[in-house]
Design a binder for this molecule. Structure first.
Ligand code: IPE
Ligand code: MG
Length: 224
């Protein structure tokens, strides 16, 4: 979800106005996904690198996440959305973490759409945390390090309960992946669109999904 800052700047508004508009887009896209047959939606809200931004922007984003959870809880529950979070919760405000845990518990049995929000998420950090857990379990004698499988590594990532993404969309014209699901997206299709996130609509998503449907995915194999 890139481009909130530029969208605001183009209008001479503070960056946080762009983030607020971006949060509105998340609501619309979340609502549209089940109609498009999308069962899993993961949005990258805050990376482990985003702490480098000004205190004002970081605190503004954190307040926006808390407000989003509080305001959307009823709607998400009623619409059958299961909400989960990935990323390291350690450095987050305990009040925000309690809200996150609350909505995860409250929506745990919903199945219409799986919405995952990445907050303080970084792919390298996720792999680092998984490596610590695996090393600890090897030291404790529960795991033979030489026999470790890809499945065991996957099971120790934040996304243990989620399927790998089929399609990764990045908005705002940047063509990099910025630490987003590096392990999980090894065979994902990518779409880079110049549209800034606050201008990203369900119609644009439908257009991208249409293109995705026509792609030839071989996963390293050959079509007979
Ligand atoms: C949103 O866009 C991404 C978040 C961290 C929420 P940006 O804030 O990165 O917007 P640009 O790149 O400055 O336009
Ligand atoms: Mg950006």
């Amino acid at each position: 979800m890139d481009g909130n800052g530029r969208w605001a700047k183009q209008r001479g508004w503070p960056r946080l106005v762009g983030h607020r508009k971006g949060a509105e887009r998340v609501k619309e896209i979340t609502r549209a996904c089940p109609d498009f047959g999308v069962k899993y939606l993961t949005v990258y809200a805050f990376s482990t690198e985003n702490w480098k931004r000004s205190t004002e922007e970081v605190l503004g984003l954190m307040a926006l996440f808390a407000r989003y959870i509080q305001r959307e809880a009823d709607v998400l529950s009623a619409e059958g959305v299961r909400m989960r979070f990935i990323g390291d919760r350690g450095p987050l405000d305990p009040k925000l973490v309690r809200l996150m845990e609350g909505i995860e518990a409250r929506t745990a049995s919903n199945t219409r759409l799986n919405l995952t929000v990445a907050i303080n998420y970084g792919g390298r950090d996720e792999l680092r945390r998984a490596a610590i857990r695996l090393a600890q379990s090897a030291v404790a004698g529960h795991l033979d390090p030489a026999a470790m499988t890809e499945a065991e590594l996957s099971a120790n990532l934040d996304t243990a309960d989620l399927p790998d993404p089929d399609l990764v969309i990045r908005t705002s014209g940047e063509t990099r992946t910025s630490n987003f699901l590096p392990w999980q997206a090894a065979y994902s299709e990518y779409e880079f669109t110049p549209v800034l996130w606050p201008d990203f609509t369900p119609a644009k998503l439908a257009e991208i999904l249409g293109g995705f449907g026509g792609r030839d995915r071989r996963f390293g194999g050959v079509k007979p």
